[in-house]
Design a binder for this molecule. Structure first.
Ligand code: ADP
Ligand code: MG
Length: 649
């Protein structure tokens, strides 16, 4: 039967394969050592591979105890394994150890032993051992390389963690440990094995609102959908809020390490960025205000002349017309309207003014004190006024009138914002470096972000027509700016408003300012020869009749040059009314030439913009008065009277 014949043939061949000769030859040439030993560990037999690996001849090993050859550091472990081998007959055990060689060196071996002491034909412990030096060397090299990778991680300044495929931390670097310790965490926290997102939320203090985004970023990287994920987020650990840039990067081919998380502290970058934006906002505002200022100044100047001529004419006709006539009524309305228009123009010019009318030491505490007294008299007790004034407050150098005006604007805004009553608080203090701060704080309606952004723009108002002009805060801004100061608004809807003004302190001993002399007022009379110098035809056409209406004679000049020609031709005016703002040689130069020619003749300087320059100019000469345009006939008359009273003393 071919089948059974085949089986018998294979069995015979198998028997042949383990013939004693063949077994002997295999033992002689095997790379592994086959040893037999008794229950004490005494060597009964070592195959020839033992001599090839250890160098000892069979007779040198005969009857030696195998424990004589183990490395002292490994002997205890080997002994424990040997004991367990004795306890479990038939069950193989394994162990790795260093074994002595004849030349005094050590060789790494791995052994598998089985207790066959009870086996009738073996009666020994059978050990199969082999040289694993190459493997151990490779493992040592791997360990060294891992250690060196760890050392590299530790030298990096970024805060790093390596994560596994489940988002658990495998290891963290020194920067991570240092930062955890700096935040008050435990010195040796066992980071390995903890859940990374959990650590971000609980230990690092990642904003709860950002955690879902982080979790999604982490998952998408672990799923292999993206290679990296970046998130900038605020964190609020024990020591105050900070910003981190968290960078998750996929790691491939690095065993169980799947992802590197890097945390970069960008708080100072964020702070610098915020500062830059703040500076940009300030610059933007100041550029806007500057251009609006020059626009407003130009428009105001033009409108001023128009108003001046309307007011001149109307006020004159108001005087001429019989009272209670329709014409008298009409002219008085026109006069009122142009006076109101003049008020708006003056505020515009206040806003447009870049410099101070006056520069003297000012005590802000006194201004605040007077402001409160005034407010208490004029509000009806609905509003409480409080002040916290630094008694050692430094003075500032500036224009008290303009500052009072600014304070009044702030107070009026605060009062408007507290229709149901509230508290208006003024605080002053010295602030580094060499600054004086004034806070004006109310408990009113507050402002939305949008309103606050526009609040200082000229003509921006949220108040009904007729109530708000939208110029209050712009004037405050330009006044403070002219004092080299800053204005800061802080407000939230329903939370009141705080306006902080900050000025450079005046630290030098204050010199007493010269007191302007006020001439005694006595009535002037008679008709005068008046020279009116103005480039604007409208002004000439309207002021000339006004002057005549006051009973004087008037001659006209359209430029400074023309006025001087008139004088050269022998004309001798008793008063000159001179426009400060003219083309050609202009007002100031004309004034000084006029003064040379007519040393004693009073001059009225008519100007739309009473500022430091015009006041200085008026002060520089005797018998020179400033008169703000537009002026009514009455104002001109009063001014003339004042000048003539102060004439020869
Ligand atoms: P006006 O008072 O004529 O409206 P301002 O320039 O003084 O012009 O103010 C502009 C706008 O800023 C106001 O209309 C108001 O909306 C807002 N504002 C100013 N100060 C305050 C304040 N203290 N509380 C609430 N809102 C204010
Ligand atoms: Mg206002």
């Amino acid at each position: 039967m071919p089948e059974s014949g085949g089986t018998a043939g294979r069995a015979e061949a198998a028997l042949d394969a383990v013939s004693p000769e063949r077994v002997r030859a295999l033992l002689d040439h095997s790379c592994d050592i086959l040893s037999l030993m008794d229950r004490e560990g005494r060597l009964i037999y070592n195959s020839p591979a033992a001599q090839r690996l250890h160098g000892f001849a069979p007779e040198e090993m005969a009857n030696r105890n195998t424990f004589d050859f183990f490395h002292p550091e490994d002997a205890p472990a080997v002994s424990a394994v040997f004991q367990s081998c004795l306890r479990q007959p038939g069950t193989p055990v394994r162990v790795e150890y260093r074994y002595a060689c004849r030349d005094g060196s050590w060789i790494w071996m791995e052994a598998a032993a089985v207790n066959l002491l009870d086996h009738p034909s073996v009666q020994a412990i059978v050990v199969n051992s082999r040289d694993i030096s190459e493997r151990m060397k490779a493992q040592a090299a791997l360990r060294a390389s891992e250690q060196s990778a760890d050392r590299i991680l530790d030298t990096l300044p970024d805060i790093l963690a390596v994560l596994d495929g489940q988002g658990r931390i495998l290891k963290v670097n020194q920067a991570w440990r240092d930062s955890a310790r700096a935040e008050g965490g435990p010195a040796a926290f066992p980071w390995a094995g903890t859940d990374y997102l959990d650590v971000c939320g609980r230990t690092i203090g990642l904003d709860a609102g950002q955690l879902p985004a982080m979790a999604e970023g982490l998952r998408s990287i672990l799923r292999g959908e993206q290679a990296a994920f970046v998130l900038e987020c605020p964190v609020s650990p024990e020591k105050g809020p900070r910003w981190f840039r968290i960078h998750l990067t996929r790691l491939q081919g690095a065993g169980s390490a799947c992802l590197v998380a890097s945390h970069l502290d960008i708080s100072s970058l964020k702070a610098a960025e915020e500062q830059r934006l703040q500076l940009e906002r300030i610059l933007h505002r100041s550029q806007k205000m500057e251009s609006l200022g020059s626009l407003a100044g130009g428009v105001a100047h033009e409108i001023n002349n128009v108003l001046a001529s309307i007011l001149g004419m109307s006020s004159m006709h108001q005087e001429i017309q019989a009272p209670n006539t329709a014409a008298h009524h009409a002219f008085s309305i026109i006069t009122k309207a142009s006076i109101r228009g003049g008020g708006v123009v003056r505020r515009l010019l206040d806003f447009a003014r870049q410099n101070l009318a006056e520069s003297a030491p000012v005590d802000m505490n006194i201004l605040v004190h007077e402001e409160i007294l005034l407010l208490e008299r004029t509000t009806l007790g609905q509003i409480r006024f409080a002040s916290e004034l630094d008694p050692d407050l430094h003075p500032i150098l500036g224009d008290a009138t303009a500052l009072v005006h600014a304070l009044m604007n702030l107070s009026l805004n605060a009062i408007d914002a507290m229709p149901q009553g509230g508290c208006l608080t003024f605080r002053t203090r010295n602030a580094p470096p060499d600054c004086v701060e004034l806070d004006v704080e109310d408990t009113g309606t507050g402002m939305s972000r949008e309103v606050m952004e526009k609040a200082m723009d000229p003509f921006f108002t949220t108040k009904p027509v007729g109530k708000g002009t939208g110029l209050g805060l712009s004037i405050v801004y330009s006044t403070v700016k002219a004092h080299q100061g800053t204005v800061e608004l802080q407000s939230e809807p329903g939370q009141g408003t705080q306006v902080r003004l900050r000025f450079p302190a005046f630290l030098r001993a204050a010199a007493a300012p010269a007191d302007p002399q006020t001439p005694a007022k006595t009535p002037a009379g008679g008709s005068l020869d008046i020279l009116l110098v103005d480039d604007d035809e409208l002004i000439l056409a309207t002021q000339a009749p006004v002057i005549e209406c006051l009973g004087h004679r008037v001659s006209l000049a359209r430029t400074g040059e023309q006025s001087l020609q008139l004088l050269q031709s022998g004309y001798l005016p008793q008063v000159v009314i001179l426009d400060l703002n003219m083309p050609g040689m202009g007002g100031p130069a004309t004034l000084s030439r006029l003064r040379e020619a007519l040393p004693g003749v009073p001059v009225i300087l008519a100007t739309g913009c009473v500022d430091a320059a015009s006041e200085d100019l008026a002060r520089a000469f005797s018998k020179v008065r400033l008169l703000a345009k537009p002026f009514s006939m009455k104002e001109l008359e009063t001014c003339l009277e004042g000048l003539l009273d102060a004439r020869p003393s």
